[in-house]
Design a protein around this ligand. Structure first.
Ligand SMILES: [Zn+2]
Length: 303
């Protein structure tokens, strides 16, 4: 499943394809992808006609195209969503094309002319719909920061871990008030958005904290460090184009990410810990796998 670095990689690619373009028309091949659209397919087709793309932005795993009138076309990649240029003809991927945005002729401002974007999604957990921009003062923004300007549809999740105005100490204070395990708080996106299973496990391994510890049992400095490590590891991953564990995640050019070989614990069950040489373990908690080294990350009692 794409996490923050993968979605950001796709956003950067989408920016080169779509910024400055005007949408001539949309085509919807799988109405299920519009299940969050008010008014269904007809409303989507109407709202996207002559939509001028002045910004391509991201908040957590939500991507969106934004118009000058503060309308957005929100795109959530789900498990297997891909955005690919209209020019590209990859017959395997085309079987799963669900939504197409065709650009108006003559609005291309990029060097390599492109005539549209295909939303390809094999498993159809992804979604797209329109949503207006709202302003939001989140409790984790730095003092004096301007409000977030995000689609209403993405307002239920916390400030993005890469947002320059995110105050890590304020976020850590809120996280410590939670009754959940630290891993669940990171995954549920409510206080800080962007962590998925891979980078939550990696940030915890780098901070030497077991994911099943209660968030409230951690020191403020430890939680701040988890957030800092998460940001750092995701930045590194971004430099590598993200992490691909299967053929489902690729960037807009169909390229796989190659960060997987740098991971400390995720996907390494039974392999040697890179710090102490003992075996990496994995357990299931709340339906998600948690990878850790028992020696480097002391488990809570009973685990
Ligand atoms: Zn170890």
């Amino acid at each position: 499943m794409p996490e923050l670095p993968e979605v950001e990689t796709v956003r950067r690619g989408l920016e080169t394809l779509a910024l400055g373009q005007q949408i001539q028309e949309a085509a919807v091949y799988a109405p299920r992808m519009l299940r969050h659209q008010n008014g269904g397919v007809p409303a989507f087709l109407e709202a996207t006609r002559a939509f001028e793309i002045t910004q391509v932005a991201r908040h957590g795993k939500f991507l969106w195209l934004q118009s000058r009138k503060d309308q957005t076309i929100v795109i959530h990649l789900g498990m297997s969503g891909q955005l690919r240029p209209l020019e590209e003809v990859d017959s395997a991927a085309l079987k799963h094309e669900r939504v197409r945005l065709t650009f108006t002729e003559g609005t291309q401002t990029t060097e390599a002319p492109n005539h549209g974007v295909r939303f390809i999604d094999q498993r159809m957990f992804g979604a797209t719909h329109t949503s207006p921009i709202i302003e939001l003062f989140a409790p984790t923004l730095k003092d004096g920061a301007p409000p977030l300007r995000i689609p209403a549809a993405a307002a239920h999740i916390g400030v993005d871990l890469f947002h320059p105005e995110l105050d890590l100490r304020k976020a850590a204070q809120l996280i410590r008030r939670s009754k959940s395990t630290i891993k669940s708080v990171l995954l549920n996106q409510q206080i800080v958005s962007g962590f998925g299973n891979i980078y939550a496990d990696e940030a915890l391994a780098r901070t030497r904290i077991h994911g099943l510890r209660r968030a409230s049992s951690l020191k403020l400095a430890q939680v701040v460090e988890i957030l800092e490590q998460g940001r750092e590891i995701m930045n590194l991953s971004l430099a590598h184009g993200g992490t691909s564990f299967d053929a489902l995640y690729v960037d807009v050019n169909g390229k796989f990410g190659d960060f997987g070989e740098h991971l400390l614990v995720y996907g390494r069950k039974g392999a040697e810990c890179r710090k102490c040489g003992r075996k990496i373990e994995s357990l299931m908690s709340a339906g998600r796998s948690h990878h850790f080294c028992r020696h480097c990350q002391k488990p809570p009692r009973g685990v």
